[in-house]
Write a new protein. Structure first.
Lengths: 221, 270
């Protein structure tokens, strides 16, 4: 296996950035993607107006709810479903952003758990909408799998930490594809110092004299 | 500034319930992406970066809240908005906080919000189980590992993130696509037509129309959930037990084998 850089040899100041060539190739795609996104969103009312134009017109509207064996309300549960799915989508996307962009492996796993939470909220919303247990059963198994995943993943994180001395995912960039550019470390300005000050207790009173012999004799506390 | 123009237009249109949902979601998605990009750790930060991120995030949250559907009563809406706000804001704080310990604490806050959402959605057992299993067990395990592995002070890799703008845009595009499909899932019902539609569809008397419809899963919730779990899904429960056991054995095996390999290679072990 390729030897990993020793933690002491890594400068304490590092900044990740893709190479300039990759950046030049990516930005037009990104700009096009966001523009298409906003255009699609702005086009939503026209789709909602004439559903006949949309080929997938089998939209389960509120009037379709009573066809299922449900309480014939439609509207309230539809609102709950909509809002629950919205919250679930937000949580999932936030977790996705975290897992894509953060470098600390523990924060990456927290983001993965965040995505699982979003999925759970969506599943329970569907369970409420349909009035059956399927979604809630799935969420129970999501909990189980999350527990297993956390155990195994944390073991791997600890192993990686004991090898490199860092929780940095970029410490393992020698495992990347050979065509991809190497992550370049750049200088980082010194910390402003506001974060690293942990609270300390003020010493109170005088430390009493310890009787060493008595401490040794006390076998059972 | 483009988002502020959007915001003023949004405020002008906020009165009408139907409005322009597409414009609303476009504003929400764009401001959410910009806010995430401003808030994510980038190493080099201007003094005004984080306040601008907070303001844009507030605009995005307001837009998402306006995009939500009406629920039964104003109290129900307020409670749902509160727990959803707690969940989403602390989820954002989880991924933008520099210190991983604070990220874990914010994640616990997210769990509180999520369990509130689950309780509102009628999943009582899952709301409690989320707190107990996640905040009680998994999160404490994360904190243990942090205490074992975190070097003193704020590490450099916590102060910078890889490609924050691309990631924020990816998340925003995902949210936009999901909200498009969620919005198409159910056509919005105008608030005036709700009562008329409900009376027309159901032959129930008029006084029961405005009442909140009971959850069909509410009666004997935990007992019926247990019956379903150990009845119809018994095989899956057995498989989950096997999975837990395998994960336990695998975790211990990886640790011990790693220690043995480290001893053989002469590397220091913990």
């Amino acid at each position: 296996m390729t030897p990993v850089t020793h933690p002491m040899s890594v400068t304490s100041t590092s900044l990740v950035s893709a190479s300039a060539g990759l950046r030049r190739r990516i930005w037009p795609a990104v700009a096009g993607c966001l523009t298409a996104m906003v255009a699609l969103l702005l086009a939503v009312p026209s789709h909602a107006a004439d559903t006949a134009a949309v080929p997938t017109a089998a939209v389960p509207t509120a009037t379709a709810v009573p066809s299922m064996d449900l309480a014939p309300d439609g509207v309230l549960q539809n609102g709950l479903l909509h809002n629950g799915l919205l919250v679930g989508a937000l949580l999932f996307a936030l977790g996705l952003v975290g897992i894509l962009t953060r470098r600390n492996m523990i924060v990456m796993f927290l983001s993965a758990e965040l995505m699982l939470q979003g999925v759970s909220v969506s599943l329970v919303s569907w369970s409420r909408y349909h009035g059956d247990w399927g979604g809630q059963m799935l969420v129970i198994f999501v909990l189980t799998v999350a527990a297993c995943e956390a155990a195994v993943a944390l073991v791997f994180v600890l192993q990686a930490f004991s090898r490199t001395g860092r929780l940095d995912a970029n410490a393992w960039q020698s495992l990347r594809e050979s065509v991809l550019p190497r992550t370049i470390d750049q200088a980082l300005p010194p910390l402003d110092g506001g974060v690293t000050h942990w609270p300390t207790l003020t010493p109170a009173g005088v430390e009493p004299a310890h009787d060493e012999e008595a401490l040794l004799e006390r076998e059972h506390v | 500034m483009l988002p502020s123009v959007f915001a003023t237009q949004l405020m002008a249109e906020a009165g009408s319930a139907a409005g322009r949902p597409g414009l609303l979601m476009a504003v929400a998605v764009t401001t959410a992406a910009a806010s995430l990009w401003l808030l994510l750790p980038k190493g080099l930060e201007h003094k005004l970066t984080r306040p601008a991120g907070f303001i844009l995030g507030a605009v995005a949250l307001a837009a998402f809240a306006l995009a939500g559907r009406r629920l039964g009563s104003i109290g129900e809406e307020a409670v749902f908005a509160l727990v959803a706000l707690v969940a989403v804001v602390s989820a954002t704080a989880t991924i933008v906080t520099r210190s991983p310990v604070y990220a874990a604490i914010w994640f616990a806050m997210t769990l509180a919000g999520v369990s509130g959402v689950l309780l509102i959605l009628g999943a009582q057992f899952l709301g409690v189980a989320t707190i107990v299993v996640y905040a009680g067990a998994i999160l404490v395990m994360f904190l243990f590992v942090l205490m074992l592995a975190q070097p003193s002070g704020l590490a450099s890799y916590d102060r910078v993130s890889s490609e924050p703008m691309l990631s924020a845009i990816a998340g925003a595009v995902l949210v936009g696509l999901l909200t498009i499909s969620i919005g198409r899932l159910s056509a919005p019902v105008p608030a005036d037509d709700v009562e008329a539609a409900a009376t027309a569809e159901s032959d129930a008397p008029a006084d029961s129309v405005t009442a909140v419809v009971p959850d069909p899963l509410f009666e004997n919730h935990v007992a019926r959930l247990g019956g379903e779990l150990f009845g119809r899904h018994l095989i899956a429960v057995e498989a989950a037990g096997v999975l837990l056991f395998v994960a336990l054995v695998g975790a211990i095996a990886v640790v011990t084998r790693g220690e043995a390999a480290a001893l053989a290679e002469g590397r220091p072990t913990r």
